[in-house]
Design a protein around this ligand. Structure first.
Ligand SMILES: [Zn+2]
Length: 180
């Protein structure tokens, strides 16, 4: 049984905005990891993607929080490129249990991200990928989505363009520190 969190595209989010608004103040969620110290599997052959995973974990690890996200080729927590990205999401966080322990699988919709940054700089492409990875890792750190109509500065925001914000913000840091 997996519980899934989607990072939606803006237009798709409009259709369900009434549901998202009610979640504005539900800042944390129950599907995250029991500890802010965990590892993710970086055993991917795509060097560009592997580098974005490295940067995504780094952006969390340098925050003044208990977040300590390691990288291991044997971790059962995975970050994957979404195959056949015909979904209206940039990313997906799916909590799971392995032998009774909480874990997760993250899926990155590279087709949607590449479409978003089409015609933009390579730096913007890097930022957009890292933004989605940092957002999904935010779910692993028990942070809930910030609804599409909430314009506060947060990596959990669905309002921002992903290349405009790619690191955890004070709002996110406060919530992680409150939870762990
Ligand atoms: Zn999300």
């Amino acid at each position: 049984m997996k519980k899934k969190k989607f990072l939606t595209l803006g237009l798709a989010a409009l259709a369900v905005s009434s549901f998202i608004i009610t979640n504005t103040f539900a800042k944390t969620m129950a599907d995250g990891m029991p500890s802010a110290s965990f590892s993710v599997n970086d055993n991917v052959s795509d060097y560009y993607f592997k580098s974005r995973i490295y940067q995504g974990t780094y952006h969390w690890n340098v925050t003044p929080t208990p977040a300590a996200i390691g990288r291991s080729s044997t971790s059962t927590n995975t970050i994957n490129k979404l195959a056949g990205g015909a979904t209206s999401s940039y990313g997906l966080y799916a909590a799971k249990y392995i032998n009774g322990s909480r874990g997760f699988d993250i899926y990155i919709n590279y087709q949607a991200i590449d479409s978003l940054v089409s015609g933009r700089s390579l730096t913007d492409r890097d930022k957009a990928y890292e933004s989605v990875i940092v957002h999904e890792l935010g779910h692993a750190l028990s942070l809930a989505d910030l609804g599409f109509l909430d314009t506060r500065s947060s990596i959990m925001s669905e309002y921002i363009k992903r290349y405009n914000l790619w690191t955890p913000q004070q709002y996110d840091i406060n919530d992680v520190n409150a939870f762990y």
